[in-house]
Design a protein around this ligand. Structure first.
Ligand code: NDP
Length: 291
């Protein structure tokens, strides 16, 4: 047996196609969705992420605005940019690229974003709404994972899902979304006892740890669906390459379906960011979240 590959690129293309249609419909009503991206400092990976977000926005017809601040910019300067974007009625989504330089309090900046424009879903208003089951702007990576799971399994009710990792940006919102989809959810972290045994009971495994190939064949129940969020760069046989948190080659013969790295969850994250921007634009104009 070999697992079905869950094609994140194809799924992302479908989401982006839906977003492009929704953008066209909004433009026909005189509304041009706009996403502002704030980048502080010169972290090379952040520059690549921002460039990709801006490119993708252009492809689906979303107007993008970039605000670049120097690495030594003060917290006040960043907050001033955010306040200006909150007040600008032509801007629908605001994304502050993380990580911020160490001297800036990330929580303080994220909390300054108008929750209605918080397309990353990190503001406590949106985090709280998600845990209460309210329809809020949801973090893009977990929302992308949910799309892949629904595409693969349809209804998730009654499934036992194990989320490995409990970060605020992936693990915790992922667990909340799985619970909202009527899964029984177990969250594992660095202090969990017998994580391998618990993970081995799961129908669905979502790995968001940041440790290359940590989850091997002996962590996975035969027939489980495995979503690998991890992105880790390793040196192997003298070559640098990206791998996930799951040992893909070892798990492939055991799982029913699995996301590759790259080409799995990664492309979905940006697609869901575009989706959130359109949702925000619709809601700010008094329209329902979905067309
Ligand atoms: P964090 O470092 O914020 O969180 C990692 C989590 O893994 C923590 O909750 C930690 O537990 C847990 N953990 C660490 N070691 C173990 C262990 N041995 N067993 C069980 N749990 C463990 O990472 P992120 O959530 O931000 O990211 C996780 C991975 O996903 C990274 O590789 C990142 O690059 C990738 N990522 C990919 C995205 C995409 O678009 N594809 C988007 C975002 C992230 P504890 O809380 O106890 O410390």
């Amino acid at each position: 047996m070999s697992a079905t590959l869950i094609d994140g690129k194809a799924a992302a293309a479908r989401v982006l196609g839906e977003v492009a249609c929704a953008v066209s419909a909004l433009k026909a009503q005189g509304i041009e969705p706009a996403l502002a991206v704030v980048l502080v400092g010169d972290d090379p990976a952040s520059h690549v992420y921002v460039r990709n977000k801006v490119l993708r926005a252009g492809e689906v017809g979303i107007r993008s605005l970039e605000y670049r601040l120097a690495a030594d910019a003060s917290a006040e300067a960043v907050l001033e940019v955010v306040a200006g974007l909150n007040a600008d009625k032509t801007v629908n989504g605001i994304l502050v690229q993380l990580p911020l330089p160490a001297h800036i309090d990330e929580t303080c900046v994220l909390q300054a974003i108008d929750p209605a424009k918080d397309v990353d879903g990190f503001h406590s208003e949106n985090v709280g709404g998600l845990s209460q089951g309210r329809p809020v702007l949801t973090p893009c990576t977990p929302a992308g994972c949910m799309r892949l799971l629904h595409d693969t399994l349809g209804d998730l009710s009654g499934k036992h899902a194990v989320v490995v990792g409990r970060s605020n940006i992936v693990g915790k919102p992922m667990a909340a979304l799985l619970l909202a989809a009527n899964c029984s959810v177990t969250v594992l972290h660095s202090r969990s006892l017998k994580p391998q045994k618990l993970c081995g009971q799961a129908d669905i495994v979502v790995a968001a740890v940041g440790r290359p190939k940590m989850i091997g064949a002996d962590w996975i129940k035969p027939g489980a669906v495995v979503i690998d969020v991890g992105i880790n760069r390793i040196e192997e046989n003298g070559r640098s390459r990206l791998v996930g948190d799951v040992d893909f080659d070892a798990v492939l013969p055991i799982a029913a379906a699995i996301t590759p790295v790259p080409g799995g969850v990664g492309p979905m994250t940006i697609a869901l960011l575009m989706h959130n921007t359109v949702t925000a634009a619709r809601q700010q104009h008094g329209l329902s979240a979905q067309e």
